[in-house]
Design a protein around this ligand. Structure first.
Ligand code: PGA
Length: 256
């Protein structure tokens, strides 16, 4: 399975930062990466980011509405992202779930809208510290996957990002043991939920992935890429994470 390294710029980035995308694209052109690269800048930059990416890296949105059009002041539809040149969109990020009240049902509607518009929906799941401490992390995330991922999605229209809330924007990523356990559980859940298609849905880890820890995390079983926040903002950090993706290490995680 070809890994996917996705950058989530969150609410960072002005026109001046498009140079980072140009630099990542230039590096990818000079030395073709062994991973798919996606950058999700703020929606205001998508059009220009697509141009800066020069077809070498994909550009995506950070959220979309569940409807195609309508009286939803301030919102952006999946179709609008697609029209701007986006190829993917993040849905159900913990910051959207927490701050804007995105429920699993709403996230599923967004994922469906994304797929209909021809975008890959990167659906985020992840437990809070209190849920983990209570011993319910696996069940919690499996329930989120089942309720947030419409069963009609395929490995082309869907990727999952496991982002434990306590590791997002934190000092440290989740431990390899926690990632291995959770990714195996999410993989089994996906197979139960989507059938054979669930075997080839890419399963990303997110939460304090850095240039330093990326190689270790990306080599873990059932880790098919990363969703990166802070270390996606500067081309040099992000390029190092892309370089850490080794498809040979990931091949052995594909179930037959
Ligand atoms: P982080 O963010 O890499 O800064 O922890 C990840 C995310 O929120 O997607």
């Amino acid at each position: 399975m070809r890994p996917l390294i996705a950058g989530n710029w969150k609410m960072h980035g002005l026109k001046a930062h498009l140079g980072e995308i140009r630099a990542i694209a230039a590096a990818a052109r000079a030395s073709p990466p062994q991973a798919d690269i996606l950058i999700c800048p703020p929606a205001t930059l998508i059009d220009r980011a697509v141009e800066a990416a020069g077809g070498v890296i994909a550009i995506g949105g950070q959220d979309c509405h569940g409807k195609i059009t309508g009286a939803f002041t301030g919102d952006i539809s999946a179709q609008m992202l697609k029209d701007d040149g986006a190829q993917a969109v993040i849905v159900g990020h913990s910051e959207r779930r927490k701050t804007y009240g995105d429920t699993d049902t709403r996230v599923a509607a967004k994922a469906t809208a994304a797929a209909r518009a021809g975008l890959m929906a990167i659906t985020c799941v992840g437990e809070s510290k209190s849920v983990r401490d209570a011993g319910h992390a696996l069940a919690f995330c499996a329930a989120q996957v089942i309720a947030s991922v419409p069963p009609t999605l395929t490995s082309t229209t869907c990727a999952i990002a496991y982002e434990p809330l306590w590791a997002v924007g934190a000092d440290e990523a989740a431990s390899p043991a926690d990632i291995i356990e959770m990714h195996a559980h999410i993989r089994a859940t996906l197979i139960g939920h989507l059938g054979a298609e669930g075997r080839s849905v890419r399963l990303l880890y997110g939460g304090s992935v850095t240039a330093v820890n990326a190689a270790q995390i990306l080599a873990l079983p059932e880790v098919n890429g990363a969703l990166v926040g802070r270390d996606s903002l500067a081309a040099s950090d992000f390029e190092a994470i892309v370089a850490a993706a080794n498809p040979l290490a990931m091949k052995k995680t594909v179930r037959t």
